[in-house]
Write a protein that binds this ligand. Sequence first.
Ligand code: ADP
Length: 382
Amino acid sequence: ANYSALLAENCKLHNEVQELKGNIRVYCRIRPFLRGQKEKQSVVEYIGENGELIIVNPSKQGKEGRRSFKFNKVYNPAATQDIQPLIQSVLDGYNVCIFAYGQTGSGKTYTMTGPDKATEENWGVNYRALNDIFRISQTRVNTFTYEITVQMMEIYNEQVRDLLSSDGSPRKYPFIYCMTISDLHITCIWVTVFLDLHTLGIVSAPQPNGLAVPEASMHTVNKTSDVLNLMDIGLRNRARGSTAMNERSSRSHSVVTIHVRGMDIKSGSSMRSSLHLVDLAGSERVDRSEVTGDRLKEAQHINKSLSALGDVIYALAQKNAHVPYRNSKLTQVLQISLGGQAKTLMFVHLNPEVGSHSENTSTLKFAERASGVELGAARSNK
Ligand code: ADP
């Protein structure tokens, strides 16, 4: 009886995911006030499970200052994150991308990594996803064999770094950075020729095995704890890079990619899919008049890559013939998991504090644009 209940539940989840195919789903999370914060009047009101929320403009009175938005789901501030339906579809052969978007301090890392990996209910999306992949693949051992590999990267100032390179020090990609001077000359010539041919549409970017970043190290994993250990290494490597520049992690994108190769034991047919788990850099607008040098450069790179991501998702939602993947490293790395039959889930994060009203508004605008016509039509002013 338990087994059939489980099957029925899986079917329901499966149908839910089918609807998502080729679409972006937007889930919104409101960070609760933190312990010790005096302020208690939130500028974001959670309405309920129907996906609605209201943002309150503190400088306007009454109805004027209230605006409602509708999403696929709004989390109760105290809720944990459940993403199982999407994970099942990775094992069914779909590419899936899960993002966390929002200003620094809005809870992106809390959603993706979770506050405490020691207790399951405190796991973030990353650990839940991996645990689900292993759990679901175990239920299919008689019909499928799966090979699961992991890559972990950081994108900072339009450069991709491998966070799991074997010597423990994160390597930078493109691989041009690892070369000697004489190699570098040859590579520069080759890259120039390649870029020209590529621009002319004569050659396409090399993607052996369908990987967006084939140079980044791949690690085979057999159980959740293997992945947890790898992620620890990745997080340590990421932190190591930050010592030079404080809080760098909020100004880089972190991308965990899980590649799944499945083989049907009976028919011998195989499938490939991937899951991208992305903790984006903080989306806050930096006042150009106040920053210079490295800080300005970082801000420009973040701005560029987040707008490129917004443009790609918008083009996909509008079903445009041209999707501008090549405008940033981030969209190039994620290309296989965006568009086509891929399923995309974006967690947008809002802060409850009065001072966050304008950042919340721009986050919601990003979410609205990314989700295309659907959300715009559902929006109403109150
Ligand atoms: P970001 O990654 O967006 O910069 P963090 O995830 O680091 O933000 O969150 C900032 C702070 O808020 C952290 O102390 C985190 O523990 C806390 N926090 C974020 N979201 C929640 C939540 N849903 N419930 C409780 N605390 C949260």
